[in-house]
Ligand binder design. Structure first.
Ligand SMILES: NC(=O)c1ccc[n+]([C@@H]2O[C@H](COP(=O)([O-])OP(=O)(O)OC[C@H]3O[C@@H](n4cnc5c(N)ncnc54)[C@H](O)[C@@H]3O)[C@@H](O)[C@H]2O)c1
Length: 220
């Protein structure tokens, strides 16, 4: 059994990850860290082999560094933090770090298709739409998509109640547009990807690894 602790365990994503880990074969939930539960990350690190962090942008980097310094592998879903600083910390640690701005398979495919289309079509823009309690804008998924695509890709952010996580990439060329859209209508959409990363983080060939595509496609 792989021992897994969740950081941000009381949050929308963290609570869903706790349920998924508890239901998964070969994984054991050993800790729930969250200030709102009165449990610090340090309190759960001793027992965990892997920490999954879905916390907040302001604290994610410190959490990643704390896990890596303790020799505990870390899977990071939090967005809007300084990834370059996390890379430096990961390179110095014996433990591994896996970061994905989006753990939903459909979103990974959307990014892949958009990347491919951007090599051919003239221009593109991204509209990302999320629930109104999301702290960061643009979303990590949109920023990553734009980074992967060719050319300068503007991002528009929409925050409204009723939304979960959605993104449209609109590509334009002479007399035509192509729209690639992904919708996460429920947070369970992210769980197969999170569990895959938890199972694989200990055996990554290098660290950090960014993007679920690295675990899914041979050519990524
Ligand atoms: N990678 C993905 O696939 C994906 C999908 C959805 C959301 N997200 C990201 O996950 C993060 C969490 O989203 P959410 O909707 O669950 O937010 P949320 O606000 O519901 O939960 C965040 C939790 O983090 C806790 N927290 C605050 N400080 C902390 C600390 N120092 N250590 C541990 N926990 C701390 C808060 O108390 C809260 O319970 C966001 O950055 C969001 O963008 C990523």
């Amino acid at each position: 059994m792989t021992k897994v602790a969740v950081s941000g365990a009381a949050g929308r994503m963290g609570a869903t990850v706790c349920e998924a880990v508890e239901a998964a074969d070969g994984l054991e939930l050993t800790g729930r860290a969250d200030p709102s539960l009165g449990v610090a990350l340090a309190d759960v690190l001793g027992e965990a082999e892997v920490v999954v962090d879905f916390s907040i942008p302001d604290t994610a980097l410190a959490n990643v560094k704390e896990c890596l310094a303790a020799g505990v592998h870390v899977v990071v879903g939090t967005t809007g933090f300084d990834l370059a600083a996390a890379k430096a910390a990961a390179e110095e640690s014996t433990a591994n770090c896996f970061v994905a701005p989006n753990f939903a398979i459909g979103a990974v495919l959307m990014m892949r298709f958009a990347t491919e289309a951007s090599r051919i079509m003239a221009k593109a823009e991204i509209i990302e739409l999320h629930h109104d309690r999301k702290l960061d804008a643009p979303s990590g998924t949109a920023a990553r998509t734009a980074e992967l695509m060719q050319g300068d890709v503007p991002i528009h952010s929409v925050r409204l109640p009723g939304l979960v996580a959605h993104q449209e990439v609109i590509l334009g060329d002479v007399g035509q547009t192509l729209t690639i859209r992904h919708d996460s209508t429920d947070r369970t959409s992210f769980m197969p990807g999170v569990l895959l990363a938890v199972r694989r983080v200990g055996t990554l060939p290098s660290s950090p690894v960014v993007g679920l595509e690295a675990l899914l496609f041979d050519d990524a």
